[in-house]
Design a protein around this ligand. Structure first.
Ligand code: RP5
Length: 160
């Protein structure tokens, strides 16, 4: 059973979305991925959002570009946490996507990461799951320690 559902507005979002998938794999978090569009397949978007919780999904990552309403639409239909991943689009470097996702009305939050910030979308999903999973929490702690060690190693090399 998948713990995280990743949905994307178009197959063209997949190259960026793969970054989130890699993070989930790194932490052995189960996931499912779908192409669902708030605009092109609105019925599928509604059905997905309304049934995700009963299927055991704990966190939803919604990636979209341009008029990026996917995360907001999904959040309107579920109490599951929704992480929105704005995809860089050709005209406005993803600022259009970012603002479409982050400017949610009060009462319907989505946790929006940076434009093309797929790694952080995946890691944030893992952090949410770790609240109820001590083993996953331990692996997150090690992940942060390793990251700090890598930075300190680079600093040490600068001092040589
Ligand atoms: C959005 O429009 C998608 O999320 C994608 O980022 C963008 C372009 O989609 P395509 O025209 O490439 O299918 O809905």
């Amino acid at each position: 059973m998948a713990q995280v559902a990743i949905i994307m507005g178009s197959n063209s979002d997949l190259p960026v979305v793969k970054g989130a998938i890699e993070q989930l794999k790194q932490f052995d978090v189960t996931y499912e991925a779908h192409v669902i569009s708030a605009h092109r397949t609105p019925n599928q978007a509604e059905n997905f959002a309304k049934t995700a919780k009963e299927r055991g999904i704990k966190v939803i990552i919604a990636a979209a570009g341009k008029a990026a309403h996917l995360g907001g639409v999904i959040a309107a239909y579920t109490t599951l946490p929704v992480i929105a991943l704005p995809i860089k689009s050709s005209l406005m470097d993803g600022l259009d996507s970012l603002l479409s996702m982050v400017q949610m009305p009060s009462g319907i939050p989505v946790a929006t990461v940076a434009v093309n910030g797929a790694d952080n979308a995946g890691i944030l999903a893992v952090q949410m799951l770790a609240l109820a999973d001590p083993d996953l929490e331990k692996r997150l702690e090690k992940f942060k320690e390793d990251m700090a060690a890598a930075v300190m190693e680079k600093d040490a090399k600068l001092q040589e």
